[in-house]
Design a protein around this ligand. Structure first.
Ligand SMILES: Cc1cc2nc3c(=O)[nH]c(=O)nc-3n(C[C@H](O)[C@H](O)[C@H](O)COP(=O)(O)OP(=O)(O)OC[C@H]3O[C@@H](n4cnc5c(N)ncnc54)[C@H](O)[C@@H]3O)c2cc1C
Length: 386
């Protein structure tokens, strides 16, 4: 078989790339390791998309149901610092959109099924750094010749391993718990985030969950040492009242609880020959600002733009310069976001008195500065891009 682009991984990012390229008449196939059923617990998990990601989806005809976030209220749970962000600060209708992971995954994969090879994966890539096109051999011995191989196969990317790309990784020594609650908050467009010794607690409005209209999603990052020897549900029951009291909102868990160990990683290079990494395959960050998948969409957008432009100009898509431009445009932006998240995790995880005073003062200072607030919001919404 001969195909211009092979995509390894049919997650949300791999599917989006496939769909956008196909709409531009660039043929591609997806190699997906799973049998196509939804990942475990994906009916509970949500993703927070920014304006840029929502627009990219709309442009390829995908409109998932969402809950809009128009205000975000951030509190220092150990002090008096607070900051409020509003969509009106940047004259926008919304700051972000909360969507169920399984709905977005189903919508994107539905359009790609006919070109997805399920229960399969890439075993070998030949001619990786030669003048010839790469040749791929799958687990079932299928042989495919391609121009470009896009690694969208998530956190432990198989394509990255096969092509010997190396990454740096850090453990936050934290676990993220996520579940759905019913909340007695009257404003369904308001999200809250509390930084405290009991963890980083985010409460965001979610679309109706199994008929409950006042559904909210909780993403709660907790230090592993505080969880040691305890069941997740036991920890939640014992500590949720602290956040109810801080926010003056009653919370009633109404779903199972999922937990994820929190680490980050970032590849020093996103490309090797005709192999290119995107989304979680290239990087992962702390979920505190809900930016993980938005970075993936921004990668996918730039990658598709460069490939489509090359096609239109008649330039071969595996020309080094085409993939290199993608890497240059995305790597520094992703690294900046990763370092910013680490800064906040360190700042709010510290018991140091001076740092605690600094963060109280810092939050109140930023809250009063329209310029800095607007900068933060524009950055998070994906409006500022290169
Ligand atoms: C607790 C938690 C909360 C989060 N909350 C948010 C949030 O609010 N907002 C946000 O933006 N992001 C959030 N994220 C991050 C977000 O979920 C990811 O960034 C996003 O799902 C990555 O998409 P992806 O398509 O790049 O990778 P994945 O979703 O990991 O998809 C990878 C695909 O590749 C397949 N695959 C794996 N190995 C192989 C192989 N060898 N061969 C072929 N296929 C393979 C997998 O089956 C899968 O289909 C959160 C993450 C966590 C852990």
């Amino acid at each position: 078989m001969n195909v211009p682009i092979i995509i390894s991984g049919g997650g949300i990012i791999g599917n989006y790339i496939s769909l956008r390229l196909q709409r531009n008449n660039i043929h591609n196939i997806i190699i997906e390791k799973s049998d196509g059923s939804l990942p475990k617990g994906s009916g509970i998990r949500t993703v927070t998309l920014n304006e840029n990601s929502i627009q990219l989806l709309k442009d390829v005809g995908i409109s998932p149901s969402f809950s809009k976030v128009e205000h975000i209220n951030v509190l220092d749970g150990e002090g008096s610092g607070k900051i409020q962000f509003a969509a009106s600060d940047i004259n926008a209708g919304s700051l972000s959109y909360v969507i169920y992971f399984n709905e977005l995954h189903s919508l994107t994969s539905e359009f790609c099924r006919d070109r997805t090879y399920f229960n399969n994966e890439i075993n070998t890539i030949q001619n990786l750094n030669t003048e010839s096109d790469p040749e791929v051999i799958l687990k079932d011995d299928t042989f495919i010749k391609a121009n470009v191989i896009a690694g969208c196969d998530g956190r432990n990317s198989n394509v990255a391993k096969i092509s010997s790309l190396s990454s740096k990784s850090d453990d936050y020594f934290q676990t993220a718990i996520t579940f759905i609650v019913e909340a007695d908050e009257n404003n369904k467009t308001k999200a809250h985030q509390v930084f405290s010794e009991k963890g980083i607690f985010a409460l965001m409005p979610a679309p109706d969950y199994q008929g409950t209209s006042n559904s909210y999603t909780v993403v709660w990052s907790i230090n592993n040492k505080d969880l040691r020897g305890k069941e997740i549900s036991e920890y939640v029951t014992a500590n949720i009242a602290f956040f109810e009291s801080k926010l003056s909102i009653q919370l009633r868990p109404i779903s199972d609880m999922l937990s994820f160990r929190l680490t980050n990683h970032h590849f020093e290079n996103y490309i090797n020959g005709s192999v290119v990494l995107l989304g979680d395959a290239a990087h992962s960050i702390h979920p505190l600002a809900g930016q993980g998948i938005n970075l993936g969409f921004a990668d996918a957008d730039v990658f598709c733009e460069e490939i489509i432009n090359a096609y239109k100009k008649g330039i071969s898509i595996n020309e080094k310069s085409v993939l290199k431009r993608y890497e240059i445009r995305r790597k520094s932006m992703n690294l900046l976001m990763l370092k910013s998240m680490d800064f906040f995790v360190d700042l709010f995880g510290s018991d140091n008195l001076y740092l605690r005073l600094f963060r109280n003062f810092g939050l109140s200072f930023v809250n009063k500065s329209r310029f800095i607030k607007t900068f933060f919001i524009r950055q998070a919404s994906g409006i500022n891009k290169i």
